[in-house]
Design a protein around this ligand. Structure first.
Ligand code: PMP
Length: 391
């Protein structure tokens, strides 16, 4: 049970432990509630209180949009975990990493001159669907600022074809959890490391790409705080991304920055101790993956991505996999819409059509509450057990 929590759709009662009958097991969303029990264990240490007079100003301690202290703690965390090189990077904060996706596309695009073509934004299948949905939504072809009315009296424009590429890379990937590198030579890559933390993947080496994206959502589970950051090597790209943030929100919420600062301090104080958040998260996630694999390995009807054990520099040992998502393939010819096949068995998932991977694939989230996972595993077990009668 989860006393004092908001219940999700399949559970009710004061501690959200009463199951609502005939509800589809929810494997759809990416809500990182697997870390809620960790924060319940550190409830007092992780609490923040601020008075009504606190943080009224637009201005923060560095005179801009960012808490200097939070900047320092984020760098400390990357150094301690060994998952990113921070020393030669600028830090840009966003309202979740969602906010930074388009900020970085903007920052890497040719500066507003009529001489260059719009940059081509690309990703490899199966990709995180938001890269496309945001790029399409903010696509400058649908509207543009065209100067003042007076300028239209005398308008001429020239064009000169030179096209750059902006490649989205997600490592580990969402949905299939594998590590990836850019594949287009000479492209500007935005490397999204939302899941590049030791509870959700092994860490072979500190990441050192020119433009990297991180988020508290998958690091600490604080998705609702809406906080993400970009590590950017080039000063001009960083300052263009900051301009975008200034234009769109005048910076991330000061309350959020204060809360995240507290959360990072608790994480840092416990690293490599018995209350290490990554050890906690890794135990939860590797056990979920092991249990799911044990069931699915008996199936000819569905299969999961293959993930070998790998050496992790953070834990300093070989680790079993602990992915955030199961990438399910329906193997039987008749199951040509895998999402529908699972839904018919009472399991909700995210269809592979959103990643342009096709209907043979669907994604199951493994990072939700223990109740959600248990229900998901029960339904998958029933589904696999029914195979010998079914065909
Ligand atoms: N990137 C990836 C790869 C994600 O999976 C997600 C969330 N599921 C995000 C970015 C956005 O996360 P947030 O806005 O919560 O930081």
């Amino acid at each position: 049970g989860r006393p004092g929590c908001e219940c999700n759709s399949c559970f009710s009662g004061p501690d959200c432990s009463v199951r609502i009958p005939n509800c589809a097991a929810d494997g759809q969303g990416g809500d990182p509630l697997f870390l809620e029990p960790y924060w319940k264990r550190h409830a007092a240490a992780s609490a923040v209180v601020f008075s009504g007079w606190h943080r009224l100003s637009y201005i923060t301690t560095d005179g801009h949009l960012k808490s200097v202290e939070l900047d320092r703690q984020i760098r400390r965390l990357h150094r301690a975990v060994g998952n990113a090189v921070v020393d030669d990077k600028y830090l840009v904060f966003g309202t979740g990493s969602t906010h930074l996706i388009n900020a970085l596309v903007y920052a890497l695009s040719p500066e507003g001159n009529a001489a260059s073509l719009p940059a081509s934004v690309v990703a490899t299948v199966p990709y995180f669907a938001m890269y496309k949905s945001q790029t399409v939504m903010f696509d400058g072809r649908e509207y543009r600022w065209d100067g003042t009315t007076a300028a239209w009296a005398n308008n001429n424009s020239s064009r000169n074809p030179t096209r750059g590429f902006i490649e989205f890379v997600t490592s580990p990937n969402n949905p299939d959890s594998t590590l990836h590198e850019p594949i287009l030579a000479g492209s500007s890559a935005i490397v999204d490391h939302a899941y590049y933390w030791p509870h959700l993947t092994h860490i072979p080496a500190p990441a050192d790409e020119d433009v990297m994206l991180f988020t508290t959502s998958k690091l600490s589970g604080h998705a609702g705080s809406r906080f993400g950051w970009a590590l950017v090597r080039d000063e001009k790209v960083a300052s263009r991304a900051i301009s975008y943030i200034e234009e769109s929100t005048v910076g991330t919420s000061r309350e959020t920055q204060l809360r995240v600062l507290k959360i990072l301090k608790v994480i840092l104080a416990n690293l490599h101790g018995k209350e290490d958040i990554f050890a906690f998260g890794y135990d939860v996630m590797s056990s979920r993956w092991r249990r799911l694999n044990a069931v699915v390995s008996r199936s000819t009807r569905i299969s999961l991505q293959k993930m070998p054990p790998q050496y992790c520099t953070y834990f300093n040992r070989i680790k079993e996999p602990s992915p955030a998502y199961a990438w399910v393939k329906c193997e039987w010819v008749e199951d040509d819409d895998c999402y529908e096949t699972l839904l018919a068995a009472g399991i909700n998932s995210l269809t592979g059509t959103v990643n342009e991977a096709g209907t043979r694939y669907t994604r199951l989230s493994l990072i939700k509450t223990q109740d959600d996972f248990d229900m998901l595993l029960e339904r998958i077990t029933e589904f696999v057990d029914a195979e010998k009668h079914g065909r």
